[in-house]
Design a protein around this ligand. Structure first.
Ligand SMILES: C[S@@+](CC[C@H](N)C(=O)[O-])C[C@H]1O[C@@H](n2cnc3c(N)ncnc32)[C@H](O)[C@@H]1O
Length: 310
């Protein structure tokens, strides 16, 4: 029991540490350039973003005109020291509103940024933050990893468009995978690996952009060139599907169910493939799939829609 508690404490500590990984400006630029047209006249909310350190706030305030935004809101959780915009140290959380450059110098000056105090600590789940969420058209941020499920659930509940960073593991959260399977969430263009921390740049867990903004890549077919054969594509011992160890090796001519690595989602076009299930929960009753007695890493079961069901 003691070791279980220790493990869970270590796990929580690791998650909390990941919560303080800050996104590099270059990663934001690399991803956001694909969505520019979808931001016109939109209110953007960055609700886990201390403007002193958040490159999301930096990116949108400096690209406000280029992206033709209507308004930018940033919420700073538990703000302790707003010395960037104010000489007064504040114990309160704040939020910022920016309506674009007014004095023609193309720079978001402190005087152009409205700073308002929040009553609470700026938790994204608080009533006052939900009121700000309601104003937003698109939410863009890297939310705390430890609260990822709740964070996404809230965006879905309030029917918001979003582009957010989440780590590799979140794909296999039951709630998140369900949204991916139902084509309510998909992956963006890039992976994110390196983050700013208090100790400089650090390698975090492999992370993805999760979004419900349209991407061109999700309409592009994955080019398939391999042919099915029983040697290269063995059946699972415990499920009626074949094992495809690499996404690039998906056979062009197989109409039945195939197990593919999770990285398949990066190439997923819902017009080409149907996602059936994630292996480790649901149909296999929490078992990983097995080939010739060997347990494999997590797989997603898919079917090629272009060649119909077997
Ligand atoms: C992974 S960091 C990313 C920060 C920033 N969005 C970025 O990408 O650079 C997550 C941020 O969420 C803040 N945070 C933690 N819990 C929160 C909550 N309940 N509500 C809002 N923000 C929270 C953390 O303080 C941290 O600054």
């Amino acid at each position: 029991m003691a070791s279980k508690n220790l493990n869970s404490n270590l796990h929580n500590a690791k998650n909390a540490k990941n919560d303080e990984f800050y996104t590099q400006l270059s990663d934001i630029e690399k991803e956001l350039k694909h969505y520019k047209g979808q931001f016109k006249d939109k209110v953007v909310l960055c609700n886990c973003d201390d403007p002193r350190v958040s490159n999301f706030f930096h990116f949108f305030s400096y690209n406000f005109e280029k992206f033709k935004l209507k308004k930018l809101i940033a919420i700073c959780y538990k703000n302790q020291d707003m010395d960037l915009f104010s000489k007064n140290n504040s114990e309160k959380a704040i939020y910022l509103e920016y309506y674009g450059d007014k004095n023609g110098n193309n720079v978001p000056d402190p005087l152009e940024i409205g700073i308002k105090c929040l009553k609470g600590d700026g938790d994204f789940r608080s009533e006052e933050c939900i009121e700000l969420l309601k104003q937003a058209d698109i939410v863009v941020t890297n939310p705390p990893f430890s609260l990822f499920r709740e964070y996404v659930a809230q965006l879905v509940e309030y029917n918001k468009k979003f582009l957010i960073i989440g780590n590799n593991n979140s794909i296999s959260y039951k709630e998140i995978f369900k949204l991916i399977k139902e084509n309510k969430v998909w992956l963006g263009y890039n992976c994110v690996r390196w983050f700013n921390t208090n100790n400089g740049l650090a390698e975090g867990a492999r992370s993805f952009w999760f979004t419900n903004l349209d991407t061109t890549k999700r309409h592009e077919d994955l080019i398939l060139y391999k042919r099915y054969n029983t040697t290269d594509y063995p059946n699972y011992d415990n499920y009626d599907a074949i094992e495809v160890s690499k996404t690039a090796n998906i056979p062009v001519d197989y109409s039945g169910v195939m197990g593919v690595p999770i990285t398949f989602l990066d190439k997923y076009n819902p017009e080409q493939f149907e996602i059936i299930q994630l292996d480790h929960w649901g149909i296999l009753g929490n078992l990983d799939n097995v080939v010739n007695g060997k347990t494999l890493y997590r797989r997603i079961y898919i079917r090629n829609k272009r060649i119909g069901a077997s």
